[in-house]
Design a protein around this ligand. Structure first.
Ligand code: ADP
Ligand code: MG
Length: 462
């Protein structure tokens, strides 16, 4: 039956849509229900929004009255028992059909009366099990957000309520949000935890209003232990939703039910969101996720490579991380591309290989090699401050990196010795010359310096 339906979809949908959304679905059949398993929430929601109606129509066309109900889930086609709180989505958006009595031999398939009206997004936790604290790499840029998230996961409703996480796109907000949800469930498996994107809340509400179900809509939202709403900047300019959300939100906070929100802007700066709602957002704790700094980017790449069982040499991770600095999603994309190329060509992952594979990405980010850039890179590499490089301090831990940086500046830029001296805290040109000679000498005698210099040089010069 599913096969027929899928074939029809394949004929009717553009190939790309079919292979993106329909092909990944796994199928399971139990009693009178066809379970479609999506690889993640995103696919599930998308299929639900765009194709569910069509799927149901096709099933009806083939099977008529025998057509099964359809339920979408996240995960593989495992045979988990249907939880009571997770009723079947009846195969229609027409409410009267859901009141149709079920055949007498299938009494258990009947939805429970008080959950039948539950909004679609509250029928599952919608949590993505792969987003966990375990695989969230900690760094200075996300330390605070992660710590707050952990506390909320351990003491939902008690630590900070609401917790508001904000930060630019691709920095890990969604990952942290799911981690909290999964964390709460790990401590208390029967907790009612729901993740949804803000648009989803709005859509559910439109649906509820259209079908005169606004009361049960409110009830459903208000019965949760933790409500995780992603990307609340989407509430902007949706006035009557904000009103409803405001009430639900207050209700939850008063009942010590945990609310966690994310946004790509600071709550006060979300345009078109009601002032009292914004002020309420700030009642608990507001934390930022910043773009990851170099060591974190390196650690993330190494971690993701390890998860994929790919050997990514440290200097290559450093090379990529050094160039792609804006966000984690971009880093992941680059790593995926490298891995795909390695798989196709069977070559080793070297800096040259990566340069080739990521040429366009790197070119797009390429900046002229400046002394500034060199100082920052050297400081990061040696875990010291840029101000150490320009200071008068002469301790070895600072003096050596400073000499290396000067030598790199001489080699990679067209600045004169006096100019370089100036940029390093007003040093004399003879000091720069001495540094260049010293480094050259060390490269020949000291393996470690040789390695450092080579890595830095490669990193700086695309
Ligand atoms: P956002 O919601 O802020 O736009 P996401 O949470 O979707 O960002 O993160 C984008 C990708 O980067 C995801 O695949 C996520 O797993 C990954 N990611 C982000 N930050 C980290 C981190 N600190 N450690 C590991 N992976 C991360
Ligand atoms: Mg997100």
């Amino acid at each position: 039956l599913w096969h027929d339906c899928a074939t029809r979809l394949q004929n009717e949908l553009p190939a790309q849509q079919f292979s993106t959304w329909i092909r990944p679905l796994q199928v399971d059949f139990e009693r009178n229900t066809l379970f479609l398993y999506a690889p993640n929430t995103y696919v599930m929601d998308w299929v639900k929004d765009k194709y569910l109606k069509q799927i149901i129509t096709f099933l009806r066309a083939t099977a008529g009255d025998e057509a099964p109900n359809v339920e979408l889930r996240v995960g593989g086609a495992r045979k988990a028992p249907v939880p009571a709180a997770s009723p079947v989505i009846n195969g229609s958006s027409e409410p009267e059909i859901s009141k149709e009595p079920k055949p007498a031999n299938q009494p258990t398939a009947r939805p429970q009366p008080n959950t039948a009206d539950r909004p679609i997004s509250l029928q599952h936790s919608n949590l993505q099990p792969t987003y966990k604290f375990d695989n969230f790499v900690e760094g200075r840029s996300n330390q605070l957000a992660r710590a707050a998230a952990l506390q909320v996961a351990e003491n939902p409703g008690k630590a900070y309520n609401p917790l508001f996480i904000y930060g630019g796109t691709g920095l890990g907000k969604t990952h942290l949000l799911h981690s909290i949800g999964n964390g709460i469930l790990a401590n208390k498996p029967d907790a009612k935890v729901f993740y949804l994107r803000a648009e989803r809340f709005v859509q559910d509400m439109v649906y509820a209003m259209k079908h005169n179900k606004i009361d049960s809509f409110k009830e459903s939202y208000r019965s949760v232990d933790a409500l995780l709403i992603d990307d609340v900047q989407f509430f902007a300019k949706k006035d009557h939703f904000q009103d409803e959300f405001f009430h639900t939100f207050n209700w939850l906070l008063e009942g010590n039910q945990q609310v966690i929100l994310t946004s790509d802007v600071y709550p006060k700066e979300i345009e078109g969101v009601d002032e009292r709602l914004k002020s309420r957002f700030g009642w608990g704790l507001t934390v930022a996720i910043e773009p990851p700094e170099l060591p974190t980017r390196v650690a993330i790449l190494e971690r993701k490579a390890e998860e994929r069982k790919i050997k990514l040499p440290h200097e290559v991770a450093f090379f990529i991380a050094k160039r792609l600095r804006s966000n984690v999603r971009e880093l992941e994309g680059a790593l995926n591309r490298v891995i795909a190329n390695v798989t196709l060509t069977g070559r080793d992952i070297t800096i040259d290989f990566v340069k080739e594979a990521l040429r366009d990405l790197i070119a797009a980010q390429e900046r002229l090699v400046t002394i500034d850039n060199i100082q920052r890179t050297v400081a990061e590499y040696y875990h010291i401050k840029v101000s150490d490089l320009t200071s008068k301090r002469r301790t070895r831990s600072v003096a050596r990196p400073r000499q290396v940086a000067m030598a790199l500046a001489k080699e990679l830029t067209s600045h004169s010795l006096p100019e370089i001296g100036d940029a390093f805290g007003g040093r004399d040109h003879t000091t720069v010359l001495h540094a260049c000679r010293k480094v050259k000498e060390l490269i020949e005698s000291d393996h470690e310096i040789q390695e450092d210099y080579r890595n830095l040089n490669r990193t700086l010069s695309v």
